[in-house]
Design a protein around this ligand. Structure first.
Ligand code: CTP
Length: 214
């Protein structure tokens, strides 16, 4: 099947030389892309800037900002049967981006931020995606409860939840310990490398069918 994956951080411009970003390495999304490609799927990888080499044989679409990522996802998602949103998209971006570099004129500088588009949340409502929709939830507390809230709000079939308050897993780490959160039940997976987890996840997702609308 065709699988669309978002990965990495986004960069939100402050001025022509500065930006806001986060600690996402992109490892989870790229490991998923590689696992999916190895299992014979067509993979469309839409990624913010990372230091990882793009695996051979993958349709790679590099993006910078959340707006760029939203546009690429909107363009490609209807050609996929499965979409996995592993990107750490910035939730806010600077409200105004001057065309010239900001000079240090005052003792303090206040940036006004506005919300970015919720790309995963737009998949069903705006992009008309009807395939299997998988989100990620990086949480520091009430992991399962918060992940299930996202599952419902964003119309996902599955949310992959992890506790980012732990230093040994998740963001910028090679390992992860995840819990699969479905509408009716949860399924914890043991701590493992992102490569092994990706392999297991892709196999599992091959057999998941989109939830029918009531
Ligand atoms: N996501 C997205 N677009 C955004 C923000 C998030 O597509 N602008 C996706 C992420 O790729 C991930 C999921 O949504 O799959 C969860 O992201 P998160 O930021 O944790 O969710 P929020 O609903 O923004 O909740 P929170 O209040 O915890 O930030």
């Amino acid at each position: 099947m065709t699988i669309l994956i978002t990965a990495g951080p986004t960069r939100e411009a402050i001025d022509p030389v500065r930006y806001l970003t986060n600690r996402s390495s992109g490892k989870m999304g790229y490991a998923l892309a590689e696992a999916a490609q190895r299992r014979g799927h067509r993979v469309i990888l839409i990624s913010g800037p990372t230091a990882i080499d793009v695996p051979d044989g993958i349709d790679f679409i590099p993006v910078e900002s959340a707006a760029d990522m939203a546009q690429a996802v909107g363009h490609w998602i209807t050609s996929a049967e499965l979409a996995i949103f592993a990107a750490a998209v910035a939730d806010y971006k600077p409200a105004n981006v001057p065309t010239q570099k900001i000079k240090k004129t005052g003792e303090t500088l206040t940036l006004e931020l506005v919300k970015t588009q919720d790309i995963l949340g737009s998949a069903r409502s705006q992009f008309g995606f009807t395939g299997v929709l998988v989100g990620f939830a990086a949480e520091t507390e009430n992991v399962i409860e918060n992940a299930r809230g996202k599952l419902i709000r964003k119309g996902c079939d599955l949310v992959v939840a992890n506790d980012v308050s732990r230093k040994d897993i998740g963001f910028d780490s090679s390992e992860n310990e995840i819990t699969l959160v479905y509408a009716e039940h949860t399924s914890p997976l043991p701590k493992s490398s992102k490569e092994d987890l990706s392999q297991d996840l892709i196999e599992l997702l091959e057999n998941l069918h989109p939830k029918k609308e009531d």
